[in-house]
Ligand binder design. Sequence first.
Ligand code: LLP
Length: 432
Amino acid sequence: MHSFAYRNGSLHCENVDLESLARQHGTPLYVYSRGTILDHYRRLDASLGALDHLVCFATKACSNLAVLSALAKEGAGFDIVSGGELFRVLQAGGDPGKCTFAGVGKTRAEIEYALRQGIYCFNAESEAEVAFIDRVAGDLGVKAPVALRVNPNVDAKTHKYISTGKSENKFGIDFSVIREAYARAAALPNIELRGLQMHIGSQLTSVQPFVEAVAKVAPLAAELKALYGIRFFSIGGGIGIVYRDSLQSGPKTWWNDQEEAERPLTVETYASQVVPHLQSLGLRILLEPGRYLVGNAGVLLTEVLYEKRGSAKTFKIIDAGMNDLIRPALYEGHHEIVPVREPAADAVPEKVDVVGPVCESGDFFAQDREIAPVQPGEMLAVLSAGAYGFVMASNYNSRPLPAEILVDGDQAHVIRSRQSFGDLIAGERIPE
Ligand code: LLP
């Protein structure tokens, strides 16, 4: 379920009219639906009811304090990948005792910070890292809770930049040597082996690779429980969302039926296929979803600035750029683009490129795509922008970061102000 739909001729997020919101706060503007985030969290949590489980939101997907706080209040844990993310989680009221710390390059400062805060577990990605965590924990006079990340060598069948579970990826420890790695880690004085972790990739739209990986790794988890008393098995994140045809409101019209719809991987399907492999383990099962919880809960609102008719193409130039949402440029990610004012049912679509103002040819949101006929001054919504949207935004071309809004029913809260020009140069100095 998500809460973006046309009502009375205008796109709404829950009960808030996005046209007025964009006029009031300016564009580009990120807007998230609190109800959608919570609905997704509760559905996933409920689908795992048969297991002792903890859903750890992959903070990297959308790390605004208000979003983290909403999830923390629901009881969520957090998967973090940096000291900065741990700081955010703590500021948002998250429980460090429900935090797992992933990533291939943890620094001494980050490990010390996490140990002092009492996180649930480090998910270590190499033996060198385990040895280092052991040293840092020894220096602090504590034992570090550690899980090793196993690389199961399963093809996630997703974009190569977000596939992580094959031997050629930099992540995790090879399945073929993981038992030896556990044996060596068990001998370290300041390590408490607490779990096993894996994550095969992101935006998986079929359940089959998950099942393959879980079926392959669950027996290993059982073995490690018997040998070292590990307590949890984290099966990672990666549940994919629908990017195409994601505005599921009203009758099908050309503007939401132009491409073949992706088949949604529902959490119910996911759970029904995966849970049976995990139930008999007697371990706590962790999940690390990012995109599933927030992806379709956010949009990026943008104004059409100009139209440019070239000899080969027509360009709609908008006020959002690749610095605001990099997914199309970086992964050729598809995001639906719809007018905020509902187009007439008989409106004639136009084949255009939707491009941003940044000085790069890669700065596009859509190429040769049929969209509604919009004029300069009108607003567009780039859909499914809640995950890996704002968090990957940059100041490239000295463009201030957009504001973020969290909608809750008929309330719209500014959860991050738009950056000013002053913010752009904060911390910079000209030497005497
Ligand atoms: N756990 C680990 C260890 C991860 O590396 C990730 C994502 C997740 C969980 C959450 O995955 P999710 O449930 O969101 O698929 N920027 C890219 C996605 C990068 C994913 C990185 N790791 C994108 O925009 O598609």
